[in-house]
Design a protein around this ligand. Structure first.
Ligand code: MG
Length: 260
């Protein structure tokens, strides 16, 4: 099932997508109750709605260096435990929204295509074996990073936290095996990243369990599971796409601060 948030006639709603048609659903799927997919009305053509970021997370927990080849490209040793950092909820944008290049502070802004895990119910001290039942579904995520500031600052907060630096979408796929899906990133149509999630150092279920032992995860929260090798810089005017097998394509453009 594909669950989305969308805007139509000035109103934002949750919906399910079937055969190119979006049907509004009754409930907020992140209310903590099982999803009520009772469809309302006739539906609207997907092409006629504006898709929004698929959840409104209270927080985004991101994982650094979770693919061996990516650790190698930065000459970093493999982590013994997942390396966590956070991105603010205010950084979230949806499909087709603009990534605003923070040229007042940074001159090196990179894409990081990642598998995003969307939490479905409150998760605290969850075992690896039960982690799947806390996951609502999966989405494409771009962990946009001011690479120059990541090197300059001790903390990642500024480098990872600018407004528009957390691209999520285009929807949430609830039926996906996250242990072996292909993840690709394209810059202006050219392939830059291409890996399977089976190359993760810590898989999705280990990550949900690990993070939940540090902080309580709430419905709608996002875990960005780390980027594979092939990260690179973007500039205003570029189009960046994160494509994940079984989910779809998240597309964003990069805009200059002044013209956005
Ligand atoms: Mg990342």
């Amino acid at each position: 099932m594909k669950v989305c948030r969308f805007s139509f006639n000035g109103k934002a709603s949750y919906g399910v997508i079937e055969n190119g048609v979006v049907y509004e659903i009754d409930d907020d799927p992140f209310s903590g109750n099982p999803v009520d997919v009772k469809k309302k009305g006739e539906g609207v053509r997907l092409a006629d709605v504006r898709l929004l970021a698929p959840s409104m997370p209270s927080k985004i927990v991101a994982i650094g260096l979770n693919y061996k080849a990516h650790a190698a490209e930065f000459n970093k040793p493999l982590p013994e435990e997942p390396m966590m950092f956070m991105k603010p909820s205010t950084a979230v944008i949806g499909p087709e929204d603009a990534i605003i290049y923070p040229s007042h502070m940074s001159h090196r802004v990179d894409y990081e295509g990642e598998l995003g895990v969307v939490i479905g119910k409150r998760a605290k001290d969850v075992n690896v074996e039960e982690a799947a039942s806390y996951i609502f579904g999966y989405t494409c995520f771009n962990d946009v990073t001011a690479r120059d500031l990541q090197g300059k600052d001790v903390q990642y907060t500024r480098a990872k936290g600018f407004d528009t630096f957390a691209c999520a979408g285009p929807w949430i796929e609830t039926d996906l095996n996250p242990l072996d899906v292909r993840i690709e990133t394209y810059l202006n149509g050219e392939k830059r990243q291409d890996t399977s999630t089976r190359d993760m150092i810590f898989d999705v279920f280990k990550l949900v369990s690990f993070v939940s032992r540090v902080m309580t995860l709430l419905p709608g929260d996002l875990i960005a599971t780390g980027t594979p090798s092939g990260v690179g810089k973007m500039k205003p005017g570029d189009i960046v796409e994160v494509r994940i097998e079984g989910i779809g394509t998240l597309r964003n453009r990069v805009a200059d601060r002044l013209s956005a």
